[in-house]
Write a protein of this length. Structure first.
Length: 588
C-alpha cells in the first residue's frame, strides 16, 4: 500500500491562516459562555435528577467543542519544527483563549464536589446518575484538594507561564542542538538513537559529545526545573497534597500506598538489574561498562528494520489479534497521521495523541533499528486504545496514564513474536538479551527516575533551589543505584536530566514500570490462549469507566496484591538466568 510518512496537517486546517481557526476559537468561547450563563449560580445539585440533566449538558458541551483543535494544530506544527516561531506563538495564543473559555465552566465540578458527604451515597446510588457514577466517585475523592473557583482559574492561567513556557523553552533549546560526528551534523534524537549500534570507540566518543553538549546547556534546565518544581510546590501546599507525587498518583486513579509499596518492591530488587549488567560486562569482556554501553546489543541482527519492514511485521501481528486493529494502522498510513523520520527541529522521542472527533496522530523518530520497530508497535498500542475508548460515553472516552502504558507495552511485546520468525538461533539469543534489557529499562530505570524525582522535589521544597551540579549528582547517584557496580556512571552522565523529558511530567515514570509488569501478564495469557484477545479488547474498550484495578480485575488480573508484581519480577529473573546459560560459550 502507498504510505504517507509525514503528517498531513490539512486534516485539521488548510493553512495557518485558515479562517476556520478563528471560527473554532469563537465557537469554544461562545459555548462555554452559554454553559456558564445557564448553570452558574443555579441550584443544579439539589437532586440526582437535576444533576443528571446538568451532567448531560456538560458532556454535550464537550462533544460540540471537540478537542482543542486550533491549539492542537499549531502544537503539532511546532513539534515538527521548533524554529517555526509563528506556530509556537499561535499555539500559545490559542491555549490562552481556550483556557480563558474553559475557565468559564470551572465552577461546575467544583460545585458538584460540594455535595455533602452525607448525601453523596444517595447520589451515587440513584438510577438517573448510573452513567456518571464512577466520574462522580472521582469528583468526590478529589474534593478535599479543590481550591476556590478563582484560584483554580488562576492556576490554569499561570500554568502556561510558570510551567508550559519553561518546558517549551528548554525543549526548543534542545531541538536546536546538533552533534557533529564523523563529518555529519545530527539532531539529538538521531544521535541518541544510533549510539548503541556503533563500535565501542565511536559509541563512547559520541556519548561523550552528547553529555558535553547537555552539560553546556544545563544552566537552562537548572532554571526551568527549579521554576516548575517550585510552582508545583506552591500549588501542592495550597491544595494540601502531602507528598510531591500525591497529585500524580491520585490523578492516575491509583492508590498511593499501593504505589509506594510497588516502588519500594522494585527498588529492593535493583539487584536483578545489577545481575544483568554484570552479565553484560562479562559478555563484552569489560571490567566496567560505560553508561554508553547500557543499550548495546550482544551482536548484530542483520535484518534492517526499515519503516516498511516494521509496518509489515506490525500488520501481521495485529491481524493475529484483531483485524480491526490493522484497519486503524492502514488508515493512519493512508491519511498522513504518522510522522516517521527524525529531522532537525523535530521533537525528540515518540508519542501518540488522539482526541474524540479528531484524527489520531503518531510522532516517531524511526532510525531503522529494532527499537524503532518496537516503538511503532508501542505507539500503535496507544492509538488502538484511543480508538477503542472513543466508543465509551463522552465522560469516559479516554483512559488513565496507568492503563495507557499497559496497552502500549502489550502491543510492543507482541511484535517480538514476528521479529523472532526472521532470526537465526544466535539472533534469538540477541533478541532475548534485548528483551531483558527492555524490561530493565522500563521497570528498574523508570523507578530509579521516580526516586530521583522524589529527591529533587523534596530538596527543592526544603532548600528553595538546587544547582545544576547538584541535580547532576542526584541523577548520577540514582542511575548508579539501578545499574550497579558493573557500570561506571561518571559525573557528566548525571547531566542526562537536561534531556530526560519525562521528569517534566512529574512522576509519570512509575506508570511505565507498573504497566510493564501488568502487560507482561496480559501477554502471557494471550500467548497461551489466543482467545484471550477478547479480554484484551474488553480492557481497551473500558476507557476510563472504572478504576485501573477494577478494569484489570474484570479480565482476571488482580493488581491489588504485591505478590502479583513479585511474580512478574521473578519472571525477569528467570529470563536473566536463561540468558546466562545460553551465553556461556557465546562469542560477541
Amino acid at each position: 500500500m502507498k504510505m504517507k510518512t509525514a503528517w498531513d496537517l490539512k486534516l485539521l486546517y488548510k493553512s495557518d491562516s485558515d479562517p476556520q481557526i478563528k471560527k473554532d476559537l469563537k465557537k469554544i468561547t461562545d459555548l462555554c459562555m452559554a454553559f456558564e450563563k445557564k448553570y452558574k449560580g443555579k441550584a443544579f445539585t439539589v437532586s440526582p435528577q437535576v444533576l443528571a440533566k446538568a451532567l448531560n449538558d456538560y458532556e454535550k458541551l464537550h462533544v460540540e467543542i471537540g478537542g482543542r483543535k486550533p491549539w492542537w494544530y499549531f502544537t503539532l506544527k511546532a513539534d515538527l519544527n521548533s524554529s517555526d516561531t509563528n506556530a509556537v506563538a499561535q499555539a500559545t495564543k490559542c491555549e490562552q483563549i481556550i483556557t480563558e473559555a474553559s475557565n468559564k465552566k470551572k465552577f461546575f465540578f467544583l460545585e458538584v464536589a460540594k455535595i455533602p458527604a452525607s448525601k453523596q451515597g444517595a447520589f451515587l446510588k440513584h438510577p438517573s446518575l448510573a452513567a456518571f457514577r464512577y466520574q462522580l466517585e472521582q469528583v468526590f475523592k478529589h474534593a478535599k484538594y479543590n481550591l476556590s473557583e478563582g484560584e483554580e482559574q488562576l492556576e490554569d492561567l499561570l500554568g502556561q507561564t510558570s510551567y508550559t513556557m519553561w518546558v517549551d523553552g528548554q525543549q526548543k533549546l534542545l531541538n536546536q542542538q546538533t552533534i557533529e560526528f564523523k563529518g555529519k551534523k545530527m539532531p539529538v534524537p538521531e544521535a541518541l538513537g544510533i549510539g548503541a549500534s556503533l563500535e565501542k570507540n565511536d559509541r563512547h566518543a559520541l556519548h561523550a559529545k552528547l553529555m558535553t553538549m547537555l552539560k553546556s546547556i544545563s544552566h537552562g534546565a537548572e532554571g526551568e526545573l527549579n521554576a516548575i518544581v517550585n510552582f508545583k510546590k506552591v500549588m501542592d501546599d495550597r491544595r494540601g497534597y502531602a507528598k510531591p507525587y500525591s497529585s500524580t498518583i491520585l490523578g492516575y486513579e491509583n492508590d498511593e500506598k499501593a504505589i509506594e509499596s510497588f516502588i519500594a518492591l522494585v527498588t529492593k530488587n535493583f539487584k536483578m538489574a545489577h545481575r544483568f549488567y554484570a552479565l553484560q560486562a562479562r559478555l563484552f569482556k569489560e571490567k566496567k561498562l560505560s553508561v554508553a554501553d547500557r543499550d548495546v546489543q550482544l551482536g548484530t541482527i542483520k535484518t534492517k528494520f526499515d519503516f516498511e519492514t516494521s509496518v509489515s511485521m506490525l500488520r501481521t501481528v495485529l491481524g493475529t489479534i484483531d483485524d480491526e486493529y490493522v484497519g486503524f494502522l492502514d488508515t493512519y498510513l493512508a491519511n498522513g497521521e504518522i510522522d516517521v523520520y527524525p529531522k532537525k527541529g523535530k521533537k525528540a522521542g515518540a508519542y501518540c495523541w488522539g482526541m474524540p472527533g479528531l484524527p489520531t496522530v503518531l510522532l516517531l523518530n524511526h532510525t531503522d533499528d529494532i527499537r524503532s520497530a518496537e516503538t511503532i508497535a508501542h505507539e500503535m498500542g496507544h492509538a488502538i486504545h484511543t480508538e477503542m475508548s472513543k466508543r465509551q460515553p463522552s465522560q469516559y472516552r479516554h483512559y488513565t496514564t496507568s492503563t495507557a502504558e499497559v496497552a502500549s507495552t502489550f502491543f510492543e511485546q507482541t511484535i517480538e513474536d514476528e521479529i523472532k520468525k526472521r532470526l537465526t538461533d544466535r539472533e534469538k539469543i540477541i533478541l532475548l538479551h534485548n528483551k531483558i534489557k527492555g524490561d530493565i529499562t522500563t521497570i528498574f530505570r523508570q523507578v530509579a527516575c521516580f526516586n530521583f524525582e522524589t529527591e529533587l522535589h523534596n530538596t527543592i521544597r526544603k532548600e528553595g533551589q538546587v544547582s545544576k551540579e547538584k541535580m547532576a549528582e542526584m541523577m548520577r547517584k540514582h542511575l548508579q543505584s539501578y545499574l550497579g557496580d558493573a557500570v561506571d556512571v561518571t559525573a557528566d552522565d548525571g547531566y542526562f536530566f537536561v534531556f530526560w523529558p519525562h521528569i517534566r511530567t512529574f512522576f509519570y515514570v512509575y506508570s511505565y514500570a507498573y504497566a510493564q509488569l501488568i502487560s507482561k501478564a496480559l501477554y502471557e495469557k494471550w500467548r497461551k490462549d489466543p482467545a484471550y484477545a477478547k479480554k484484551v479488547k474488553q480492557f481497551l474498550l473500558a476507557g476510563r469507566s472504572m478504576s485501573p484495578e477494577d478494569i484489570f480485575k474484570s479480565i482476571g488480573i488482580d493488581t491489588s496484591k504485591t505478590s502479583f508484581f513479585e511474580a512478574g519480577l521473578k519472571g525477569i529473573e528467570r529470563d536473566i538466568a536463561t540468558l546466562e546459560k545460553l551465553t556461556k560459550n557465546f562469542k560477541k
